[in-house]
Ligand binder design. Sequence first.
Ligand SMILES: Cc1cc2nc3c(=O)[nH]c(=O)nc-3n(C[C@H](O)[C@H](O)[C@H](O)COP(=O)(O)OP(=O)(O)OC[C@H]3O[C@@H](n4cnc5c(N)ncnc54)[C@H](O)[C@@H]3O)c2cc1C
Length: 441
Amino acid sequence: MSDARSRGLSNPSQEAQENKNKAVIVVGAGAAGLYAAYLLAEKGVEVVVLEASEVHGGRVRPLANFADFPVELGAEEIHGKNSIYYEIAKKCEARLVKYETEDYYFIDNQLLDAKTAKENKDFNKAMKLIDTIGKFDKEDMSLLQYIQHQGIDESVWHIINAEVANEHGTSAERISMVGLAYEEQHWKAGEDNFILADRSHLSVFNTYFKDILPKIEYRQVVKSIDYAEDTVKVTMQNGYIYEADAVIVTVPLTILKAGEIDFVPALPSAKAEAIQKIGMGAGMKIFLKFKEPFWEAKTGSIYGQLIPEYWVSSEGKSMHDYVITAFVHGKNAEYLTEQGISAVALIIKELDEIFGNALASTHLADSFIMDWSKEIFIKGTYSYDTVGIGNSRQILAEPLKNAVFFAGEATCTDGHHASIHGAMESAERAVKEIGLAWERK
Ligand SMILES: Cc1cc2nc3c(=O)[nH]c(=O)nc-3n(C[C@H](O)[C@H](O)[C@H](O)COP(=O)(O)OP(=O)(O)OC[C@H]3O[C@@H](n4cnc5c(N)ncnc54)[C@H](O)[C@@H]3O)c2cc1C
């Protein structure tokens, strides 16, 4: 049996002195796990991070050697300035940029720029629906039901699906209007989106968490967490056992849904139900590199059908590599994941329909599929609110016996789920909860 307490840390503050004999196990080395470990180490608590895979970062992962600029397989944008992660990226001297680009819409078999699309009354109705989601005050229903209820013309459903449901990790028939409105009302991070112009998110993590990286134990697949006694025992797939005063579980929601970690005693039924109630499913990013651009300069997003949203990832970043990212969630992602490598041909076919003249197929140079549902330790992209979700996120976040604490993006209760900064905020909350629990003892 290995004891997390055997690894030493020194910190001169009084709090650190008080915490000197305390040890915490963090499960998962994504944004939440790394930030939780960072905050605990700052307080003088001994910490070990158990990570199932061979790498840290979780849903933050760069794609190497595909283009001459940083390509992100997972998280890409920093959503808003009022966030822990925006501050961290700034401290690490990352160049944060907000590109001014133009969006395009494929409506009735025509590719329209935003100005032309605004001449279409159905498009304007769709935009109005999106802008007023925060005011939704009816009984919960899916976004698709609401679209139908509002009499939106079918020719523009895919745009609402793309800008709202796909962005939130699913498709319109699965996402909750109450959840979307709640998020809109509670979002505090700010409206501007930034990307890192000159480095990957993982390189920011590597800079900021450099003192935490040596505390990560890789290839440690947590199989059970026993919190029946005073100390918590965490057992690995290989039979190895770690023991500590507390554990913070930051694994993706899908891992809990699949029951991959046994809790002893078993999870309370309300928590088990909450885990199933919150949504998280298939999602893919498909990267398409072309020999030359066939789109207008300064193109941002292009809204399609099979692929709800494409965007030109090389815009403003490269003069040599021309890359479009296809981003798909929900039922179309489930369909494409079954197609395997053939998904690329289907997507290129749609781009040929959008741009005409077989422009996409004749210019395709390379492609890469990132299918997050096939990542065995992630199994999806990010959590979303299902119809009738209620307070499931609060229930998921509740600690067990002041010994097992829950963090990770799905545990955010303030609308910041599905983001890097939300994952970090959840870590901050869990670390505070541990502090309060220890004060009470
Ligand atoms: C395609 C995509 C696009 C995104 N776009 C954005 C964006 O633009 N902006 C943004 O802010 N966010 C975005 N996100 C969301 C963001 O990436 C996540 O919210 C955040 O990274 C989640 O961090 P986490 O620590 O909660 O979980 P993770 O990063 O998933 O970390 C959990 C860790 O637990 C490990 N683990 C799993 N099972 C076990 C086990 N049994 N034992 C030990 N370890 C285990 C996993 O390997 C993983 O490393 C995107 C995500 C994806 C996938």
